[in-house]
Write a protein that binds this ligand. Sequence first.
Ligand code: ZN
Length: 237
Amino acid sequence: MTKREASISAQRELFIFIGPPGSGKGTLADACVKNLNWKQLSTGNLCRQHIAEQTEIGKHIDFAIKSGKLVSDSLVVAMVHDWFSRYLAIHNTVILDGFPRTVPQAQELSSLLEKNFSNARLKIMQLEISDEGVIQRLCSRYLCENKECQAVYSTASGSMLAPKVGMICDICQTRLVRRKDDEEATVRERLSGYYKHEKALLDFYRERGEAIQSLSVEKPLEDVFKDFKRLAGFEKR
Ligand SMILES: [Zn+2]
């Protein structure tokens, strides 16, 4: 056994956060990366990286995008497979961001793990928040209009993300705007579309007998993060 194979045989944990837009998946993932030294695997970033580096996979992705098609599940899985082969040896705990999004992707991920990475175990966490909670969050979310900056602010009462002066970015003094996607009617539509996918994904994992942990995210991040660490079994490590 080579040194690389030896280290990859140690137990690995792959976290999947399942939750609607506005549930704070990104914020929670950032907290894990900063405070627990976990690695985040973003399939969106990985796509861009493969295209920029003109890899075989990147060329296929680029072709799909230029032909106005969606990037196929098999390409996404090929990308994830490649990443696991390179990096699962160095990272104990990885958060999967933007993947698996669909049941076919979840199926492919499970068979990939069974065949090639049997030391990796899925940890599925469902982020729970009411529709009203999502609407309140997203409708009070503002972005810096400056494309280079894009800092995120919130006008929700008591939020730590409130801009210091009026509706102007603290960092670059550009105007703050709300995304079209974040208007109430649009948010409600996005939510109902989202829950159909979520249910299918959760049903898939339940049928496989995977444990799904629930995390209430309708509270300040600090408290969410404490609950998260306890659920994930990281409190005393
Ligand atoms: Zn700005």
